[in-house]
Design a protein around this ligand. Structure first.
Ligand code: FE2
Length: 296
């Protein structure tokens, strides 16, 4: 969401003030760009989100628009848990263990070196192993990061065919998809593409539905949601005409996603279109009868 053309902003302010939200996840790319006009663009953006961020935690991860001067505007403006200045961290809320990562380490390593990549990778491995053992307390593991592991937008050929977060960077590796499956991350939330796309349960470009009738009941791999259409001056990102086999639903309407973790077995998600004045255009239940999809 930028500060120009922030189509979802009034809806988010309204819902927050009505007490509909416990927190916000803003999955990278703020203000477009926070460093513009010597940081005044960032100041303006922070005022825009104040009616939200003053009431509920506004949880973030860095996007490509934050990379200027080694993410300094991002690091200075948001206080996230942990000691990485908000680049990667985790927290618990209700039945969910949330993990936030920087996908940008995979795309800016030539500029900022590979140390951050290694640091995050090893942190994430320990972090997910711990979370996987703690399922009795927080049965859901939800990870967010800016650039998707899968997408089908035609604006961004490089990203949608060259998903470094998934496969790792050339000659170094450190791709993250195997880890998501190994530690049974239930849901991954991405942005970057200015659209909304829901995957089937997915690993290694293969669909792992629960059953044909109930694809999201006891899925055997993470579900990916790409939700990046809150609105900015760059407008929408159109899709390729033919959706991939892994793609279950997609829309270029401006909007945002609601997420409700009901209990240890049920998560509900829905996509709100602000083009259609708040109409829900997609919804699904993620259901599991055992704590982890890797359990027998
Ligand atoms: Fe982006």
């Amino acid at each position: 969401m930028g500060n120009k053309n922030a189509r979802s902003l009034s809806y988010l302010q309204d819902e927050t003030e009505r007490g509909n939200f416990d927190l916000i996840l803003h999955v990278g790319d703020f203000a477009y760009n926070m460093h513009d006009d010597n940081g005044r663009r960032g100041d303006q953006f922070m005022r825009q989100i104040q009616p939200i961020a003053a009431l509920v935690p506004y949880m973030t991860c860095p996007g490509n628009h934050e990379a200027f001067h080694n993410f300094s505007n991002y690091k200075a403006r948001f206080s996230m848990p942990g000691t990485t200045e908000g680049m990667f961290y985790s927290f618990d809320l209700g039945p969910v263990h949330f993990v936030s990562i920087s996908t940008e380490y995979y795309y800016f390593y030539k500029k900022y070196g590979t140390d951050p990549l290694y640091n995050q990778f090893h942190w994430l491995e320990k972090e997910l192993a711990k979370a996987d053992k703690n399922r009795a307390e927080h049965p859901w593991i939800v990870l967010m990061g800016h650039r998707p592991m899968y997408c089908s937008n035609k604006d961004d050929v490089e990203d949608c065919s060259d998903e470094l977060t998934r496969v790792g960077v050339p000659r170094i590796g450190l791709g993250l998809e195997t880890m998501l499956k190994q530690y049974a991350v239930d849901l991954v939330i991405w942005a970057h593409e200015h659209s909304y796309e829901r995957s089937w349960p997915l690993f290694n470009s293969t669909v792992y539905n629960g059953t044909k009738e109930e694809p999201y009941r006891n899925p055997r791999a993470p579900v990916h949601i790409i939700t990046g259409s809150a609105g900015c001056q760059e407008d929408h990102d159109p899709f390729f005409n033919n959706a991939s086999d892994w793609s279950a639903f997609r829309s270029v309407d401006y909007g945002y996603t609601r997420f409700v973790a009901h209990n240890h077995s049920h998560i509900y998600m829905e996509q709100v279109s602000v083009d259609l004045k708040g109409k829900v255009i997609d919804s699904f239940w993620l259901i599991k009868d055992k704590l982890s999809f890797n359990m027998p």
